[in-house]
Ligand binder design. Sequence first.
Ligand SMILES: [Zn+2]
Length: 265
Amino acid sequence: MYRRSIAFVVACLMMVACTTVPITGRRQLNLVSDAQMQALSYDAYDQFLKENKLSRDAQATAMVKRVGKRIQNAVERYMAANGLQDELAGFDWEFNLVEDDQVNAFAMAGGKTVAYTGILPVAQNETGLAVVMGHEIAHAIAKHGNERMSQQLAQQFGGQTLSALAGAQPSVAQNLIMSVYGVGSQLGLLKYGRTQETEADRLGLIFMAMAGYNPEAAVDFWQRMEQQSGGQAPPEFLSTHPSAGTRQSDLRKFLPEAMKYYKAN
Ligand SMILES: [Zn+2]
């Protein structure tokens, strides 16, 4: 642990690669720039939309876009109020509903967000959808994808930079970015770690609350998710999520903070 933290500090000093997660203040080591993550995410997102069908349910699609836009506005207000607006540089937000039975959703670097039709029955209504989209967008704001990409480059690709990998093996880089965000069905999809999950829950509650959705709905939503997953949920909602009991108690712990934002609306 001690050696790891020394290495972390040295890496932070040498490479100026240390970033801080908004709200939680956790320091993270990101070897990949936002601009690189966004560029690769934008390409991968376009590719994903070509390979998947958008929902033809106009009402549900409008709901996804409305929730996304309201959370986007909340994030922008939060970041501006805390002098963090530069963190949103290069963002090109987009919200889509994709026709797919998987219980899944994701948000990539730069705000490219998808909800699958399969998650709508679990969301039940617009507030439930705000829980899941708030959570996913929180992963993007907290740069959890960059973090995982940094780890993968170090562990699997001998510390290559992302641009070197993307230049030499574009399809490998594209698969990697998809797996980093838990998208698709290929083997080797990565899971967010527990710290990242808990962080996304906390940030997500605040963003949904600022967007005018009652964050108390998150407790029931995650309970439904837990009941429904039964081993079949995609990685983003599988077992590395905090165990059900831990998540429930964490959510209750984070709620008073989020409720302040909700009531301030
Ligand atoms: Zn998550």
